[in-house]
Write a protein that binds this ligand. Sequence first.
Ligand SMILES: Cc1cc2nc3c(=O)[nH]c(=O)nc-3n(C[C@H](O)[C@H](O)[C@H](O)COP(=O)(O)OP(=O)(O)OC[C@H]3O[C@@H](n4cnc5c(N)ncnc54)[C@H](O)[C@@H]3O)c2cc1C
Length: 354
Amino acid sequence: MSMETVEVDYLVIGAGAAGMAFADSLLTETQATMAIADRHHRPGGHWNDAYPFVRLHQPSYFYGVNSRPLGSGAIDAQGPNKGMSELASGAEILAYFDGVMRQRLLPSGRVHYFPMTDVEDDATIVSRLSGERRRVKARKVVDAAYLSPSVPATTTRSFGVAPGVTCVPVGELPRAVRPGASYVVIGAGKTGIADVTGANADKFYGVENGYGLWVLYDTDGSILEDYFGVSRYAVLGIAFPEIADANGKITEATSTLSDLRLRAEKFFGDNRTYVGFNQATPGTRYFTYACDDGAGGAVAQNAFRCTATGVASEGMSGFAYTINQSNARTSTFTSRPGWNDSLTCWVSKKGESC
Ligand SMILES: Cc1cc2nc3c(=O)[nH]c(=O)nc-3n(C[C@H](O)[C@H](O)[C@H](O)COP(=O)(O)OP(=O)(O)OC[C@H]3O[C@@H](n4cnc5c(N)ncnc54)[C@H](O)[C@@H]3O)c2cc1C
């Protein structure tokens, strides 16, 4: 039987975030044709395998393809992310990439999409359903699966499990929960640490766990790489570490300032100026927030600095944190003995310095 030949300018391996973003830009900026092949039955890559309660760890508008925003740009009005830009759920991300494929890439007539298809080598793709083999004649092959993460749902565990112990990948957790049961979380990637908050962080970070191991935040990205299988350079944004203060007051300041900076950078990306970016911080309580140009004037075209100033009636008098367009951070503590000022970082613990 003769093999069908697909002739295109580009063969894109993988319809995950990388492959979709590449295809979207190629469509906008060139007249090229392309074939996109992926083992999954729909676009979105590893989000098809992610645990059901997964959410982005960064504002939705910083994720996805260039031509179409993810999410509505809303600020969450409730929950742990209250006052911050929305974080898309796994289901939203999948629906988004599905929309990009069906409403943008395919109608262009320049994209051939092969779901449920393995790329065997640079010139052969094989349907996982029918076994049909197709030859691809492409001028360029783009491996958009190069940085693909491995997730527990699709890998074999590398340790044994004692009889009587139920061990499930994190994606099975909603089905495995039993009232009153206690759980051991294996792995301290961002999935494992998702339940660590400002209120309980001191019970985890830097604490000896009883077996001679200390739990540390992933400051150098090694947990991401070793456990999560994601290159530290592949992650565009990451959960803000909610650490140190007993009741989340400082976390409010540092996460709000991070969010303000993200909004400012997004605005700058769209308008080539910081003047006019959204500085609203609804739902905040322990700090007040104001942005200037770094020298007391109004926010400028190329410069801003946002300051969080502690609210005295909330017990935060003397606390001040800043961030600017270079992501430089400072901490100032007025009449707060034991708290060390810093010109280079946000200090969130008494006695801490950087
Ligand atoms: C749970 C989780 C949460 C995350 N949260 C964030 C976040 O908040 N922000 C952030 O920036 N990053 C996050 N990441 C990192 C994530 O890796 C990237 O955001 C991005 O989704 C990776 O996209 P990708 O296209 O590189 O890989 P993938 O999504 O893995 O896509 C690669 C695709 O290639 C296909 N493929 C591979 N080889 C072949 C082959 N030979 N033939 C056919 N198809 C093939 C695979 O089936 C897959 O669909 C998260 C990762 C995980 C696991």
